[in-house]
Ligand binder design. Structure first.
Ligand SMILES: CC(C)(COP(=O)(O)OP(=O)(O)OC[C@H]1O[C@@H](n2cnc3c(N)ncnc32)[C@H](O)[C@@H]1OP(=O)(O)O)[C@@H](O)C(=O)NCCC(=O)NCCS
Length: 157
């Protein structure tokens, strides 16, 4: 009898550079309706020493991206952007990238992880709650279409 397994596909999260610009822009366009990172801003982030750009790969395919910002005078690591390709959602890739952000933040001696999320984004809010983040405050009309943001926060021990 053939045994069916339901294990999740293995994802590799690693730093990406300017060579991935086109693929990252494609992912950004597939994942966000507004407040997208422009190509110019993305290229700036990819070259910035205070930004860590991570790609999540299923085989050779880029299926997720994340940008984490670190400031030299701050112990707070900020997840600036997180996206998973629509066809690869629900596989644990978002969770893996948050774990990677925590790992990188700890390695840099950061004490907290912080991010903002749209109030009308239940999938992302649930993901952050599942990863142990809690929301601390609302930023009114934070996004370009006037939607409020929730600030999520996690202490790193
Ligand atoms: C939010 C997003 C990153 C989640 O990525 P993902 O890889 O599908 O998430 P995961 O598979 O790791 O799911 C982790 C947890 O999140 C929650 N979750 C994910 N998608 C969900 C959905 N559509 N509805 C409800 N909960 C959801 C689940 O609780 C899940 O945990 P569980 O399976 O143990 O119950 C993805 O949907 C996405 O890219 N959305 C568009 C871009 C975006 O909104 N980015 C965040 C901006 S702040």
């Amino acid at each position: 009898m053939k045994v069916q397994t339901t294990s999740k596909p293995s994802v590799v999260c690693r730093r990406v550079d300017l060579n991935m610009t086109d693929a990252l822009i494609g992912l950004e366009n597939a994942c966000f309706e507004c407040d997208r990172i422009s190509r110019r801003n993305l290229r700036r982030l990819l070259c910035s020493p205070s930004a860590l750009c991570i790609g999540a790969f299923l085989g050779k395919e880029l299926t997720g991206s994340m940008v984490v910002l670190f400031r030299s005078n701050s112990s707070v690591a900020r997840i600036y952007s997180l996206a998973v390709s629509p066809h690869a959602r629900g596989l644990g890739i978002g969770k893996r990238m948050i774990a990677k952000a925590e790992q990188e933040a700890r390695a840099r001696k950061c004490r907290c992880l912080r991010l903002e999320v749209r109030l009308d984004n239940p999938a992302a809010i649930r993901l952050y709650e599942r990863c142990g983040l809690t929301h601390t405050k609302v930023l009114p009309e934070y996004y370009e279409d006037g939607t409020n943001a929730l600030v999520f926060w996690k202490e790193l021990d």
